[in-house]
Design a protein around this ligand. Structure first.
Ligand code: SF4
Length: 305
């Protein structure tokens, strides 16, 4: 029985994950996102009764003995983990015990402009941060943050963090029907992504009951929206089975990948057997290469470097 540990949980994008919950008593978040899987709650900028670092670490040690095959130790919370007051000490302790496993944090990015927090996050192997909108109106509507939190400050903080830290930076965009599923919102996000240059962008939508009565969009719509996000490593969440797979020719594959690197999940979703054979041939010819970014394989043009 654990108080601060959940899992292990198999994640398509990170492997087998052991989660750490830094706010076990109640939701503690400075956002109140429409799509949150937790019940809506008053926004706060602190965690009440945070667990002690040594108690969390003791449970992680015990869990790693019980589940030795986990790939990542994920720092998260019943809310926002960067509100945890002893995050820096916890990260140091987890780094001492994790061995070959990766340390991952899932955060809403609200505090990323804080240079002390940037130093702490830069001790973590994979930093996954949310960025649902890049315009103030959309950000306020979807993430419902504390009044003092400003989206331009977050984007500036992400840009600085990327420059000062060479750890893997993954951004997550969660699409909500009628709010950020619009060309102009994606184009604003593209400008932000061009500034930040993350290693990977996870593009997803609602797949669990949300805190408020909002809806997600189809996989097809996610794929359409991804076209406005530019030439970044975008990992689309494919929640439905494909309607039809396409017989891409080698030229079409090169042109598609030149527009945007394709993930292994894109290929599984969209490529017919014939197209896969063409892709394999392009890899053998050295025209396309495979890159693993925090557990997701991307196909990219070999001459891009
Ligand atoms: S940031 Fe995460 S925990 Fe906080 S309200 Fe949004 S989805 Fe929920």
């Amino acid at each position: 029985m654990y108080n601060y540990i959940f899992g292990p949980v198999a994640s398509r994008r990170f492997g087998l994950s052991l989660g750490i919950d830094l706010s076990p008593d109640q939701k503690a978040c400075n956002f109140d996102c429409l799509y949150c899987e937790l019940k809506s709650a008053k926004t706060v900028d602190y965690i009440e009764n945070p667990p002690k670092v040594e108690d969390v670490v003791a449970e992680v040690q015990k869990a790693l003995v019980e589940y030795p095959d986990v790939d990542v130790i994920t720092i998260t919370a019943n809310g926002e983990p960067t509100l945890y007051p002893d995050l820096d000490a916890l990260v140091d302790a987890l780094n001492r015990l994790k061995g070959e496993k990766k340390l991952l944090i899932l955060s809403n990015a609200s505090r990323i402009a804080d240079t002390e927090l940037q130093k702490t996050l830069c001790k973590i192997d994979i930093v996954k941060l949310s960025l649902d909108c890049a315009t103030p109106a959309c950000f306020k509507k979807i993430d419902r943050p504390l009044k003092s939190i400003d989206i331009e400050q977050i984007i500036g903080g992400l840009e600085t963090f990327r420059k000062v830290c060479d750890k893997t930076l993954v951004l997550e965009i969660l699409v909500v029907a009628g709010i950020n599923d619009k060309q102009e919102e994606m184009e604003a996000l593209r400008e932000a992504l061009d500034r930040i240059e993350p290693d990977r962008v996870d593009l997803g939508t609602i797949d669990r009951p949300p805190a408020y009565p909002v809806q997600g969009v189809s996989t097809e719509r996610l794929a359409e929206l991804s076209r406005y996000l530019g030439n970044h490593n975008i990992s689309i969440m494919h929640k439905e089975k494909p309607q039809h797979r396409v017989d891409f020719t080698p030229e079409e594959i090169v042109a598609t990948i030149a527009r945007r690197p394709q993930s292994s999940s894109d290929v599984a979703y969209l490529f017919s057997d014939k197209a896969r054979a063409n892709l394999d041939a392009l890899i053998k010819e050295g025209k396309i290469k495979m890159e693993n970014i925090a557990g997701v394989t991307f196909y990219t043009l070999a001459q891009k470097d």
